[in-house]
Design a protein around this ligand. Sequence first.
Ligand code: 13P
Length: 253
Amino acid sequence: MSTLWVGTSWKMNKTLAEGRAWASGLRDHLAEEMPAGVQPFVIPSFTATAAVGDVLGEGSPVLLGVQNAHWEDAGAWTGEVSVPQAKDAGARIVEIGHSERREHFGETVETTRLKVAAALRHGLTPLLCIGESLEVKDAGGTSEFILDQALGALETLDEQQLARVVVAYEPIWAIGEKGRPATTEELIAPFAALGEAFGGKVAGLLYGGSVNLDNAAELLGIEHVTGLFVGRTAWQLEGYLELLRIAEAHAAS
Ligand code: 13P
């Protein structure tokens, strides 16, 4: 059984004080009880990255990330943050191509490809998010659509580079307050397609979208799923710790 990735993006949430409190609770919990076979990660907003890294401490088993980064290393890109800057703030993961960024901020397959390359160039782990709309799903186009997104961003990578990439499949219709969790039945075919293209070749194939304490174990049981990428359920530390316990139990089974 490969390592199970269990992480959260806070999206545009949490003050510094809230972020520090969450991180110190996690640090103290993991010092007592590090889940075997699980790779935890946390992706705060940019303002909290360094603070969360400081609280987690040097050598923390928790990988710290950012929710986006520009493909250029520096320059006249007002409002953007580069991969070297993210790395300087302590990040080891760069989230790329979340559907909210594709929908609202003009992220395209081409920009995700450039950002994956930038992350790899600086030794960070790209966490590439892919996922289809309800229209695409209803038209039966899910697997083709998500493979196009993934291959468009990853097909120029060599074997070693690909082995450092984590892919998160997050159907848009399953994400957030208006979303509903995908059923196992709905996920079998997309993960079979992803497994065929990337199984054993990437560092992880994660599911995200309305993951909760009731469905997490079942989602981890789907073939080719090697982790969970979580929003709301993990924003309260207790929810995240419970997800880590569920993943640990699954890794041991
Ligand atoms: P929710 O778990 O809140 O649906 O969010 C999922 C997500 O978008 C993680 O990036």
